[in-house]
Every structure is written in C-alpha cells, then in structure tokens.
Design a binder for this molecule. Structure first.
Ligand code: AKB
Length: 313
C-alpha cells in the first residue's frame, strides 16, 4: 500500500530538506508538508502544504484523517538557545506536539512516527569523549530536559502500547540549503556564509569548543534509513546516538582557509558557550551502526568544500 507521510515543521532547517528528499523518493503528492508558518515558494508549491500548529490536537487529527496519513515526522521544535529565553513555550511546544503524535499512534490513526532527539540530552556529568549510547545524562538546558523527557515517553509508548516510534540524537547540522534557527551549533553554518560574504566571522563560542556535527545529507539519509529499516532490528526506542564528525571553531576556520586563505575568525563567547560546555565533544554511535547499518559519508573537509561551493549570497 502507498504510504502517505505528514511532516510537521516542514519549513525548518531539517524539515525543508526532509520534505524534498521524501518527495524525491515517494512522489510529491504523498508527502504532506505542514508548518505553523509559510515556507519558501518551492517547498509550498512542489506538493501539498498545510498551515498547522503541531500542538493543536484536533487540527492535527483532522489533517491525518483527511490525507489518510500513515507516517508522521515531527520536526517542529524550539532549539537550545531560544528555549533558554522562553522555557515554558519551549516545554509546551516540544512536549505537546510529541504527546499529540504519540497519542494518535497509540489510537492507531497512524502507523509510524519519527521524532528527533539531540546531543542536548547529555549534560556536564556525561562522559565527554565518545559518549556511549547509555550513560549518565542529567541535561542542564530547557531544550535538553524536553528531549530527554521525550525520549522516555517514546520508549514508554513503544513498550506499553506498541507504538512504532523511531528517533536519533542529532548532532549540530550543517546545510547550504537551509539556515538553522535558535541553536547552539548554528555557528557552524553562519561561518560559511560570513566567510563568503565578509571573509571574516566573529564566533559566539570559544576557539577550542569541540562539538559533534553532521552534514545535512547524512542526517536526512540516517532519518530515512532508520524509518525504512525492519522494525525488529530497531532495539532502541528512546533515541539512537548518531555521529559523523567533531570539530572546534578553530578547526572549521582552518578548513575554510584552505579555500579562502585570507578568512579571519575572532571569538566573542556569549550565553551559548555555557550550553556548548555542557554537551559532549564526540559521540559513540556503534549501536546505530550495528542495528540499522548507519555510516556517515561527510567529514569536515568534504562538508567545507560542498558548503563553499553551493552557498549563493
Ligand atoms: C541546537 O544547537 O540546539 C541543535 C541541537 C544540537 O540539537 N542544533
């Protein structure tokens, strides 16, 4: 049977690229993009688009019934830096949208759910290098607390009600097609734009702050391959560690200088430094490699080449 997929938060950084990738694979008409706001013309005109607030259960239920949706990708969320400014709004958005989707799956109105978690589930007491799949978490950010709680609820709905929910802990994501918004890892996208426009960048993190990162093509491939994989092999129903590369602002600057030798970086850390300091510097994703054959394709050098080649100012 042809599946029909709903993407919530389709106009955001991941949602936009996921919509294009799923439309490319399954056809435009069966991928329903939705967001609380309008997105770019191309995304809205390339297939069905609905204005939809993911926290509104009745509106969501109506769209799911109307299009006979079988799978939901819940990409709407408030990210780490913005969530510190609006804690209750972040908690409400991140949790009620998840409960809405999990409850619709529990009631068998949909068959399968993708929900993104993040490296933000970890905290300062977590082993910082090669962070294991299962370890001390104790997140200290509003966003991290919402993602850790979300993971526990996903696991609960799977074990109690048989909900087929799948998730990965995304690292910072880098794309030339879409901009991030409100995250702590956003510098790793901004830096390429500023390198091309101004040949200089003032980074809001310190030069030696190492964080796990991933090029968007890898993130989309991971998401789609986890969702397509045989469910019996998907042992982790909270969220899988996922890794590709780790680097510091200084290292990304050096990699940019190989193409733009006079690129200059300076550092003016702000409140996002505390968030970054609470997160791991690298991630052990051997469980994802084992359970559903995950392998990244992009390292820092390849990412830099693709970013500098494709960003249009
Ligand atoms: C953020 O910086 O908040 C996100 C994330 C790591 O989940 N990019």
């Amino acid at each position: 049977m042809q599946k029909t997929i709903l993407i919530l938060g389709a106009c955001g950084q991941i949602g936009t690229e996921l919509t294009y990738a799923l439309r490319g694979k399954h056809g435009n008409d069966v991928i329903i993009a939705s967001d609380i706001r309008e997105g770019n013309d191309d995304l809205m005109n390339s297939g069905p688009f609905e204005l939809l607030d993911a926290t509104d259960y009745n509106a969501l239920e109506e769209i799911i019934a109307y299009y006979e949706i079988s799978e939901v990708y819940l990409m709407a969320a408030m990210l780490s830096a913005t969530a510190e400014k609006f804690p209750m709004r972040a908690w409400n958005l991140n949790m009620s949208s998840l409960f809405n989707v999990l409850n619709l799956a529990k009631e068998k109105q949909i068959d399968k759910v993708f929900w993104p978690s993040s490296i933000a589930v970890f905290g300062p007491n977590t082993p910082n290098v090669n962070t294991p799949q299962s370890t001390i978490m104790e997140p200290t950010t509003v966003y991290g607390i919402s993602k850790q709680s979300g993971e526990r609820w996903c696991s609960y709905y799977h074990s109690k009600f048989g909900v087929d929910v799948r998730s990965v802990r995304y690292p910072g994501l880098i794309s030339w097609k879409t901009m991030p918004g409100g995250g702590t890892t956003d510098y790793a996208v901004e830096i390429y734009h500023k390198a091309l426009s101004d040949k200089s960048y003032t980074c809001f993190l310190k030069e030696e702050t190492k964080l796990p990162m991933m090029f968007m093509d890898d993130a989309i491939r991971a998401t789609m391959s986890l969702m397509e994989h045989d469910g019996d092999a998907i042992e982790i129903r909270s969220s899988y560690n996922l890794a590709a590369m780790s680097f510091t602002p200084k290292e990304i600057a050096i990699s940019i200088q190989k193409t733009i030798p006079d690129f200059k970086i300076d550092y003016l850390p702000d409140s996002r430094q505390d968030i970054a300091d609470s997160w791991p510097s690298s991630i052990d994703d051997s469980k994802a490699q084992h359970d559903w054959n995950w392998q990244p394709e992009f390292d820092l050098e390849k990412t830099t080449q693709v970013m500098l080649k494709n960003i249009k100012l």
